[in-house]
Design a protein around this ligand. Structure first.
Ligand code: ADP
Ligand code: MG
Length: 344
């Protein structure tokens, strides 16, 4: 059995560093900020990822996920604040951070003309592994991702899902405590996605690896133990998927009007009559209410002819996003024509 200590003995020596300052957190952000010139991509993020959890960073395109991923993988130095992995500062101690971190990029990083095992050997060499230890690590990680029988096949003969699992094996070759994956489901069919998640859970449960996954897919975020939801570089929500959905309280009721203008007018009247907080997104009035079905009957009776359609549902993560930002997940904040009325 290879331990982290075995691996670190064989790798490039790094000078002794300060003891971990982050208690037991695997990843810790403290007022982390990143600007590209005048564009603020990350805006004062502070949160912690605990050991052995699958943590999701959920946000629409452009919300800053890849920027954070690049900072945590030591490819980029943040313009402000701090990020630490396993207690090591990403800017001050990048070598220590790299030893503690496995990285799976969004884009393929495999050499498809080499075999699976050859790809893993190259990766191992980059981390200072060689000889019997590297061969042992290689067969361990391949077993871990269910690809032992494909070790000597050329990568190009594998399916997309299998290739993603080789990426995972590559990220794990040096036994990192933390695994970072940028949009890992991109291009995978539903079956391969389920597979990937099964392997991530095995890593968490059997190896105690902390996993940070960036995603723009609500359905993928549902699988995470905890989530940070980003919008325009800001943290808008943080917690378990269940906590986040429960924070909404009651059901999500949606009322459709004939036009955005009619929706705004009707929202004012619904608000006055029932004393509820409403928000208008396009033609739709949204509100949160206990016993949504009963409320629907009352509201339809109260405003005959003004409501074109109704729905009631349990809150989803998208509802959490809408509640916190006032716009839909799939619309750019700056382009959305919507208003959120905040009463409390
Ligand atoms: P995501 O991965 O969530 O889609 P990114 O981190 O790629 O978000 O981008 C966050 C913001 O930073 C976006 O507004 C994007 O246009 C901008 N951005 C990303 N990379 C660069 C760059 N190299 N130069 C300038 N702006 C960038
Ligand atoms: Mg991205």
């Amino acid at each position: 059995m290879t331990t982290l200590e075995d691996v670190s003995r064989t790798t490039k020596p790094v000078p002794p560093s300060q003891p971990a300052t982050s208690g037991s957190a695997s990843i810790e952000l403290e007022h982390l900020t990143h600007d590209y010139g005048t564009r603020v991509a990350l805006n004062d993020l502070s949160f912690r990822v605990q050991p052995g959890e699958i943590f999701g960073l959920l946000g629409p395109n452009g919300s800053g996920k890849t920027t954070l991923f690049r900072i945590l993988s030591t490819l980029m130095v943040p313009t402000g604040g701090h990020a630490r992995i396993a207690g090591f500062d990403v800017a001050a101690e990048p070598n220590r951070v790299r030893q503690s971190t496995g990285i799976v990029f969004q884009a393929r990083s495999l050499d498809i003309k080499l075999t699976v095992a050859e790809n893993l050997m190259h990766q191992g060499h980059l981390y200072g592994l060689s000889g019997a230890l590297l061969r042992q690590r290689s067969s361990e990680v391949l077993a871990r991702v269910g690809l032992t029988d494909r070790a000597h096949d050329m990568v190009e003969t594998l399916s997309g899902g299998q290739q993603r699992r080789v990426e995972l094996a590559k990220g794990l070759i040096h036994s990192p405590a933390v695994l970072l994956l940028d949009e890992p489901s991109t291009g995978l069919d539903p079956g391969a996605r389920r597979d990937l998640w099964q392997y991530l859970r095995i890593l968490r449960d059997q190896q105690g690896v902390s996993v940070l996954v960036t995603t723009h897919l609500m359905e993928e975020a549902e699988h995470c133990d905890r989530l940070a939801i980003l919008n325009s570089g800001k943290l808008v929500a943080f917690g378990t998927p269940t906590e986040l959905k429960a924070s909404i309280g009651g059901d999500i009721v949606q009322l459709e009007a004939v036009s955005p203008w009619a929706a705004t007018q009707l929202a004012v009247k619904v608000d006055q009559r029932f004393q509820v907080k409403t928000s208008v997104v396009g033609h739709t009035i949204r509100l949160e209410r206990e016993q949504g079905h009963r409320f629907l009957t009352d509201v339809v009776e109260a405003f005959p002819g003004e409501i074109e359609g109704v729905s009631v549902a349990k809150p989803s993560l998208e509802d959490v996003f809408i509640q916190r930002t006032g716009h839909r997940f799939w619309t750019d904040a700056g382009l959305t024509h919507s208003s959120t009325k905040e009463k409390s």
